[in-house]
Write a protein that binds this ligand. Structure first.
Ligand SMILES: [Zn+2]
Length: 396
């Protein structure tokens, strides 16, 4: 991903930071009293970055409806019936599942009333994207104001997370508030974009199930344009701040804008499969130099919160993609998407010591070991060992 592949390799970790990585010379940096850990036959790589999830929805579990608008209605109703305790328990379970599959950093979408303690007190780090949503102006503005207030708390109580009020999507946000968020808030702004065919219909023709669903709530709401990105371009809004989540139905013009503004796209293979979207042109986008990160999305549109399963899905659908490319999407590309690549995403001196390890049982090829594993075998976050017992290894 960055730097040489070493075998055997040595990493010096001090104060939660990678001090050096290389061959035996690293051993000479060891100070008196510092621990030496021999991991044996194991491949080490940077912790995975799950660039898009909604931990607060974990308590809901997978939904059955796969029609997009019907799914949204069901989701909203189920989410509104959850208590804070249920949400918190779900968040804890979700974090444990993500960590078992090697995730050390997340880009998590939150609501204005998400209980955040379980996330903030977890060993993970990342970005919290406060979903500004609502087609009615007063609702949308109130939600935006709530996030601005929560953001002040973050200033007083620094954590491993930063909060970024972000547009949930283009179509579900009142246009004037959308403009304000995009103009006033700093990058990155994580936004569901070109996710479904019915969203495509809404922008292109103003018809379809999503258009009807929006009109039921706000009869004159319009976002004129051929696509969400097209609408934003037409309004001269700063596209370069966007982190594109999904991007399943991007037009050729959209892709030109993605390239022009060097936007990252978060591909969510499990959610993509759940809704049966048209094939995702992963190889083409990578060949075009677009930074593609990976996300689980919420469990409500997936089968599990298992990041390794997402990697297996990619490997299965794109068998010609080199394993190292998939691992780069899962690590450095994710860090770039979240604009955290100066601190995480690769094993280089100066970055945080967020490391994961997979045993090389028998003759496993190092690059392929993470793509066939069911669990991560070893984990360190900020130089602290996370397992056991944080990520218990099941009997095999
Ligand atoms: Zn999502």
């Amino acid at each position: 991903m960055e730097g040489p592949n070493l075998s055997p390799g040595y990493i010096c970790v001090r104060d939660g930071i990678i001090q050096a990585i290389g061959d035996e010379f690293v051993l000479s940096m060891r100070k008196k009293g510092e621990e030496l850990i021999d991991l044996g036959e194991m491949v080490l790589l940077p912790g995975f970055v799950n660039a898009h999830c909604h931990l607060e929805l974990t308590a809901i579990g997978p939904l059955e409806k796969t029609d997009f608008v019907e799914w949204v209605k069901e989701l909203v109703s189920r989410k509104n019936s959850l208590t804070n305790d249920e949400k918190s328990e779900g968040i804890k379970k979700g974090i444990a599942k993500l960590m078992r599959s090697g995730v050390t950093c997340i880009g998590d979408h939150i609501s204005f009333n998400t209980p955040l303690e379980a996330i903030i007190k977890s060993p993970l780090k990342g970005r919290l994207f406060g979903e500004v949503i609502g087609v009615l102006p007063e609702v949308c503005n109130d939600i935006y104001t709530s996030f601005k207030n929560i953001q002040k708390e973050f200033t007083f109580h620094p954590s491993h997370f930063t909060l970024h009020p972000s547009p949930h999507s283009i179509h579900a946000v009142y246009p004037e508030t959308l403009k304000k968020v995009l103009t006033d808030e700093p990058s990155p702004l994580s936004c569901h974009l070109a996710e479904s065919r019915t969203e495509e219909d809404y922008f292109k023709t103003g018809k379809g199930a999503l258009a009807r669903f929006i009109r039921e709530r706000q009869h004159d709401l319009r976002h004129p344009g051929q696509s969400g990105l097209d609408y934003l371009e037409g309004e001269n809004l700063p596209l370069s701040k966007l982190l594109v989540v999904h991007g399943n139905y991007l037009t050729e013009k959209d892709l030109s804008a993605v390239k022009k503004h060097s936007l990252s796209i978060v591909h969510c293979p499990g959610s993509h499969e759940y809704f049966g979207h048209k094939p995702f042109p992963l190889e083409k986008l990578l060949a075009d130099g677009i930074n593609i990160a990976i996300g689980t999305d919420s469990i409500a549109s997936n089968t599990d919160l298992d990041f390794l399963l997402e990697l297996k899905r990619i490997k299965k659908l794109h068998p010609h993609l080199e394993p190292l490319k998939i691992l780069q999407m899962a690590t450095l590309n994710g860090a770039r998407a979240l604009q955290m690549d100066l601190e995480i995403g690769s094993l280089v001196a100066g970055k945080k010591a967020d490391l994961i390890g997979f045993c090389l049982d028998g003759n496993k090829i190092p690059d392929e070991a993470p793509l066939t594993a069911d669990y991560v075998d070893w984990m360190m976050i900020d130089g602290k060992l996370m397992m056991p017992p944080m990520v218990p290894r099941p009997d095999r």
